[in-house]
Design a protein around this ligand. Structure first.
Ligand code: CMC
Length: 428
């Protein structure tokens, strides 16, 4: 049955098809709106009601707390898959066979070095530079060392660009940290798994052998899987919109990193820990901060609570909460800010302000707690999110280019001055 939506403007009716996704989501297709109405547009700040594309990568149902990559539930993937398998699934649409996975990993490893001159660029940054800024700059800088643009009609060129960035990005992320920590820049070890190798690149001290803890690796692997894609969020939409101008993969990713940096998006994981620390410094009075969060004249928000799409619970938060408990137990971490986190969580879940607005702890409420237990400094939390989100951004960029989507260019409703004539400066 084909459905039709009718819009009536000044007594004149216009009909538009209603399309249906594979999970029965309905959407009014307004592609012809401006043409048939003579220039009427829609307005939707924050795109709360606007679908920017059709996508076959991630399904998210915020009311029921469902998240699936290519049809597989996040719960099952977090339990049974590893991060590279999930990356392959997101980017290419199917779980890899054993051979495909081995080839994928080996191709990524063959690109796990960067031009030595990148070190000179990194050297130019002050030590106190935020690693997200460093990471986005270095990701852009890679273009200068790989100047050929990707021919998106060639599967081979596309594949090469993908394995290249998957190989180099963990190196850049680890180096952004090592620069800040004053550690020598080091390469990984291709005999290790992707996540294990990343941990080694981050934490290997020049004087000691680095030993990975399997509980830690497993937990980080899960965290990366949980962050790997989240349909058309702010950074992903940025990657797609930048890529829609036919800008290359690396610069589109660099734009995504910048979008992720903001505290309302990926930067929330850093903001959560900073908030918990501030509450601790202020005497640990969680009730005071609950009141601040509810006070409309106070800009303070409870970081790590609420989500644009999840209005029931964040399925990622459920999984990561269990993982956080395991890691803290394994590492024997006793951290006073954990008690503050638990206190806030309990109070918010029982408070009518939060319950009525459907504000629940999101993935970032817990991810920072794990990163902190792993010894990852607070301002590296968002780069960790970027490392996880990388396959999702790549998958979305690839899909957008393969579908030959038009350049992203929203309209507006102009509310400024109407025509006025110019006055010379002496007449103003
Ligand atoms: N603390 C206090 N009040 C809140 C919060 C919060 N964390 N989040 C939303 N509200 C209130 C908001 O003031 C508004 O109240 P009212 O209806 O009385 O005006 C209502 O809840 C709806 O909020 P909204 O800002 O319209 O919702 P949104 O969908 O635009 O924003 C959000 C979603 C995630 C930006 C927001 O909940 C927030 O700022 N949360 C804190 C930051 C955070 O944890 N972000 C990480 C998101 S998960 C990682 C990711 O996917 O990027």
């Amino acid at each position: 049955m084909s459905r039709i939506a009718t819009i009536e403007i000044d007594g004149k009716k216009y009909e538009f098809p209603v399309i249906e996704g594979t999970e029965n989501e309905l959407a009014i297709d307004i592609k012809t709106l401006r043409a048939v109405t003579g220039g009427v547009t829609t307005i939707d700040p924050g795109y709360k009601n606007t679908g920017s594309c059709e996508s076959a990568i991630t399904f998210l149902n915020g009311e029921e707390g469902i998240l699936r990559y290519r049809g597989y539930s996040i719960e099952e993937l977090a339990e049974k898959a590893d991060f590279l398998e999930v990356a392959y699934l997101l980017i290419f649409g199917e779980l890899p066979t054993k051979e495909e996975l081995e080839k994928f990993h080996s191709d990524i490893k063959s690109h796990a070095i960067v031009d030595e001159d990148i070190k000179k660029i990194l050297d130019g940054f002050p030590k106190a530079a935020h690693p997200m800024g460093v990471l986005s700059s270095l990701t852009s800088a890679l273009v200068a060392f790989n100047p050929t643009s990707v021919n998106v009609d060639s599967e081979e060129e596309m594949y090469n660009a993908i394995v290249r960035i998957l190989g180099k990005f963990p190196v850049l992320t680890a180096w952004a940290y090592r620069k800040q920590a004053g550690l020598p820049l080091d390469y990984g070890d291709n005999s290790l798994g992707y996540v294990e190798n990343f941990m080694k690149m981050m934490f290997k001290k020049p004087t000691e052998e680095y030993k990975c803890n399997p509980v830690v690796v497993d937990s980080l692997d899960k965290l990366l899987i949980l962050h790997a894609d989240h349909e058309q969020n702010c950074s992903t939409s940025t990657v797609r919109i930048v890529g829609s101008s036919n800008a290359g993969l690396f610069v589109s990713l660099s734009a995504g990193i910048n979008a992720l940096w903001g505290p309302l998006h990926g930067g929330a994981n850093q903001a959560v820990i900073e908030m918990l620390e501030a509450i601790k410094e202020d005497g640990g009075d969680t009730k005071k901060y609950m009141s601040k969060a509810k006070d409309k004249s106070d800009p303070f928000r409870l970081m790590g609570f609420g989500h644009r799409v999840y209005k029931n619970f964040d399925p990622r938060a459920k999984i990561i909460k269990v993982s956080a408990d395991k890691v803290l137990h394994e590492l024997g971490v006793e951290d006073p800010i954990l008690d503050i986190a638990k206190g806030l969580e309990k109070e918010a879940l029982e408070d009518t302000y939060f319950v009525d607005r459907k504000l629940y702890p999101n993935v970032d409420f817990y991810s920072g707690i794990i990163y902190r237990a792993l010894g990852i400094p607070t301002d590296m939390f968002t780069p960790m999110f970027a490392l996880g989100r990388l396959p999702g951004w790549i998958a979305q960029w690839r899909e957008m280019r393969l579908r030959k989507e038009p350049i992203g260019r929203p309209r507006q409703v102009y509310i400024g001055e109407t025509y006025r004539s110019f006055k010379k400066v002496e007449d103003r």
